[in-house]
Design a protein around this ligand. Structure first.
Ligand SMILES: [Ca+2]
Length: 347
């Protein structure tokens, strides 16, 4: 019996190290070998079906145990070796299987499940000939309930609950957020939001990998607290600030690694001093960074609002590699600032 225990100890210790989990119960030092062999566990995760992306089967392997408890990282538990669980929302969940014998010895294994809303649901934005905008789900999951909202989440005004829905042409605003929420037969819910325009949904290209160059660097240099990279960092709370010597001849340029059709851009005003805002500018495209085509032009475009997101759309069907914002005048003075400048296209 002694030799058998010694033989069994080696693999058990290995499992303890691998799983950081096996353990003997505390406060009760065991002088002699246990009467019962220590538990071992392992499990595999099997997604239910593509139509039900929230449900998983957990096939456990356990020996030398009395009880098995699972925790799914969403506040719920289950008992038994083989279990099935439906998560109620997207998220990152830590799964843990723990087996315990009658002496209090236990072993456990952990794993992680990630459920992303964007992998499960999407919707298309289709402008109609009469100006209205059709919203149509594109789904992987079987869905029982739909709801559509204005805004970046489900707290906005309810648009409707039909699978395919239509909103009026945008007249007072150039863009609006729309959120689609779905609920599955198993009771799981998820939502996804898009920026909607009269030309389709708005896609931000700036985050896809661009190289920024500027004719005059911002405060503190490229990576400074108010340097040029703050123009494209995705944060309206940070700004590029040319703190002296703005001479009505500033440009910023984005090189897109894969030439892409751009038919819009966003400028977000900075936190303070409206005089520093661009007032007159051109937006240009180029294949080679040498010869430029003017795609959009704005004059006397001013807003007293701070941190304001302004979207400018224009017609373009050519995929350029370079896009440039050529600021020809600020509201006043010799300094200039912008919180963000982002390239967009609609689809
Ligand atoms: Ca910024």
């Amino acid at each position: 019996m002694r030799s058998k225990y010694a033989i069994m100890l080696a693999p058990i210790l290995l499992i303890v190290m691998l799983l950081s989990a096996g353990c003997k119960k505390e406060l009760e030092p065991i002088e002699s070998e246990p009467d019962e062999l220590k538990p071992q566990v392992n499990f595999t995760i099997i997604p239910a079906t593509e139509k039900d992306p929230f449900t998983f089967s957990f096939k456990g392997g356990a020996i030398n145990y009395k009880d098995v408890i699972w925790s799914f990282g969403d506040g719920s538990n289950a008992f038994g070796v083989d279990v099935t669980h439906t998560f109620k929302s997207p998220g990152v969940f830590k799964i843990m299987m723990k087996a315990q014998n009658s002496l209090g010895y236990w072993a456990q294994q952990e794993a992680k499940i990630t459920i992303k809303a964007e992998d499960i649901l999407d919707f298309s934005v289709k402008p109609q000939p009469d100006g209205t905008i059709k919203l149509e789900p594109e789904l992987v999951a079987d869905v029982e309930e739909f709801s559509w909202y204005y805004g970046e989440n489900v707290n906005g005004a309810l648009i409707g609950s039909a699978p395919i829905t239509t909103i009026p042409e945008l007249k007072d605003v150039i863009f609006t957020y729309v959120t689609m929420k779905i609920k599955t037969k198993e009771g799981a819910a998820a939502s996804i939001s898009k920026i909607v325009t009269n030309k389709g949904s708005l896609i931000d290209i700036t985050s896809n990998g661009i190289e920024l160059t500027v004719s005059k660097e911002g405060n503190g240099g490229t990576t400074g607290a108010e340097g040029s990279l703050k123009l494209v960092d995705g944060l309206s709370s940070t700004k590029m600030f040319v703190n002296s010597g703005y001479t009505n001849a500033y440009w910023a340029q984005q090189e897109i690694l894969t030439p892409t059709v751009v038919n819009g851009y966003i400028i977000i005003s900075a936190n303070d001093v409206q005089d520093r805002d661009p007032k007159d500018w051109d937006f240009l495209g180029s294949h080679d960074g040498v010869t430029w085509v003017k795609l959009d032009s704005r004059a006397n475009y001013l807003s007293p609002l701070r941190f304001e997101t302004r979207l400018f759309l224009f017609d373009n069907t050519v995929a350029y590699r370079y896009y440039r914002l050529n600021v020809k005048a600020v509201k006043g003075g010799t300094t200039m600032q912008m919180a963000e400048w982002r390239l967009m296209y609609t689809k």
